[in-house]
Every structure is written in structure tokens, then in C-alpha cells.
Design a protein around this ligand. Structure first.
Ligand SMILES: [Zn+2]
Length: 289
């Protein structure tokens, strides 16, 4: 399991942190200069925010591809990039006025279009849905378009953010494992990692930031810990230790030097997704300066 530590701060990419980072296109777009990555990282497309605000993608595929090419060239060390996918949480469906099936089609179309525009870029397919049948149908649509999901380096698993404590989500994740997919869990909370982290290839989270927002800052320049690097790294370390203790993550399966945690496209944008439910947190009410 590889963890990607989500951050609002692209400058962290230039630090030698020894962790994988997860950064949104929304945080990078428009920057004059890019940080040079000192470690591997992955790119979120920022879809949850874009669909929430606008009810549609205003960023065109061409614009997104141009941006991702720039990130890969100027920042470097890009592991993979999310497509311009369409989440299926009820509030997003209400905003777009479309159905789950519509969102499936558009999510698959985005992947196919981006792949066609830029076959050299590491876009990953993403599955969306609310129930197992949704995710299976989304996977079927990819396969009808000759996308062999089992042959992909990674398949993103979206729209499970709010329900990670439920048996249903556990069933979804495990059912997709049976299809032989190497899955990335977007915005997996600690509860989710404990339940199904053992069958994920990777996950991202920035639950630390939502928690840090409620903590007093550790230094004069920190009003809170929402963007504090030591706080984030301490959170990640506690998370990794917690998962290792729970024996749900194989420490030899890639956690190693770059084990990390995540933003979610959601958590970054949706504080209700960010609760760290089962952390051994009391020892970490303050980070070290
Ligand atoms: Zn701090």
C-alpha cells in the first residue's frame, strides 16, 4: 500500500520529505513557476470542487492536458494523474442534474479522450458509483471500450468517501479486487484503511488538514495547523504506525520510504470527508515546530 499525503501546498513538492504527495491541479494551475519535485507525487484533477461550483467541467481536456504536460516536465516525478472524472455523490448529481449512468459515461469518455490527446501522460481510469452494481457497470463500460482495467497500473476508486465505515463499501472494494484491479482509494479515511487497506494498491488523504484546522498553530506564523508540514508529517507517521499495528497493511508492499497519506479530491474540498475516526491522536494535539 502506498500512501499519498494530500496537501494544499505545492511548495512541499520541492522538499525532501521522503513521502509521496497528492496535489490538486487547482493548486498548481496558474503558477508562474513550478516546484521541482524531490519525491514521487500524484495529481488530482480537482473534479469535486469544479463540479460542486459549476455543475460541469469548465476546464477543457486540452487545457488539462497542457497543464499535466507542464507539471510532468517542470515538476517531474509524476506517478500518475486523475482524469476529469464525474463523482456520483448525491450532492454532485443534484448539482449536475445528471444520472449515475450519465456520470459513468462522462467519466469513461474523459479517460478515453485524455488518453487519445496525450497517450504519453499517466492518466488512470476511475470507477464511480454508489453501490457495487454501479462500480461494476462503470468497469464494464471501460471494458466495452477495450480498456483492460486489470492491465492498468492503477484504477481509481471514487465516490466512496462518505461511506467508508459501511460494510457496503468494504464489499465494493473487495468485489473490485476480484476483478484483478489494482485500486487507488481516493480520500480513504482511517476507518476505511483499517477495513480494506489490505486490498488497495494505494490511497490518498488530507484528513490531517481538516483536523489541523481545529488546532491552534504551533508557531507564530501558524494560525492553525491546517497547512503545517510538521503536523502533516506527524499525522502521517501516526497513521502508518497505526496501520502497521493493525496488520492491515503489508509494510513490505511499498509503504517503505514513500509510504504516505492523502488528500482527497473530496477531503481537500469537503471537510465532512475528513474525520480521522480511529487515530491514536491524543499524543498529537500539537506538532513540533
Ligand atoms: Zn504548525
Amino acid at each position: 500500500m502506498k500512501f499519498y499525503l494530500g496537501t494544499h501546498q505545492p511548495a512541499w513538492l520541492a522538499r525532501r520529505l521522503g513521502v509521496r504527495l497528492f496535489v490538486s491541479h487547482r493548486r498548481l494551475a496558474g503558477r508562474k513557476t513550478m516546484p521541482r519535485a524531490q519525491g514521487p507525487w500524484a495529481l488530482d484533477s480537482g473534479g469535486f470542487t469544479e463540479l460542486t461550483i459549476h455543475g460541469r467541467w469548465r476546464t477543457t481536456p486540452d487545457t488539462y492536458v497542457t497543464a499535466v504536460r507542464r507539471y510532468r516536465a517542470e515538476i517531474g516525478r509524476l506517478d500518475w494523474a486523475a482524469p476529469q472524472d464525474w463523482m456520483t455523490e448525491p450532492e454532485i448529481l443534484a448539482r449536475t442534474g445528471l444520472t449515475v449512468t450519465d456520470h459513468h459515461r462522462r467519466t469513461v469518455d474523459s479517460y478515453l479522450h485524455l488518453r487519445e490527446l496525450a497517450p504519453e501522460l499517466p492518466f488512470i481510469p476511475v470507477l464511480q458509483g454508489q453501490i457495487i452494481a454501479d462500480h461494476q457497470r462503470c468497469a464494464d463500460i471501460y471494458e466495452r471500450h477495450d480498456v483492460d482495467l486489470a492491465a492498468q497500473r492503477l484504477v481509481g476508486l471514487g465516490s466512496v468517501c462518505r461511506r467508508q465505515a459501511s460494510q457496503e463499501v468494504d464489499d465494493i472494494v473487495r468485489a473490485l479486487a476480484e476483478r484483478g484491479l489494482r485500486r487507488h482509494g481516493f480520500g480513504v479515511k482511517t476507518t476505511g484503511l483499517r477495513r480494506f487497506g489490505d486490498v488497495l494498491a494505494s490511497a490518498d488523504s488530507m484528513a490531517w488538514s481538516a483536523r489541523g484546522r481545529r488546532e491552534p498553530g504551533c508557531a507564530p506564523g501558524h494560525r492553525s495547523e491546517a497547512n503545517c508540514l510538521p503536523y502533516a508529517l506527524a499525522w502521517r507517521r501516526t497513521l502508518i504506525d497505526s496501520l502497521s499495528t493493525s496488520q492491515r497493511v503489508n509494510p513490505t508492499a511499498g509503504a517503505g520510504l514513500y509510504a504516505s497519506a492523502s488528500q482527497t479530491r473530496h477531503q481537500n474540498e469537503d471537510p465532512s470527508c475528513s474525520a480521522v475516526a480511529v487515530m491514536r491522536w491524543p499524543a498529537l494535539t500539537r506538532c513540533m515546530p
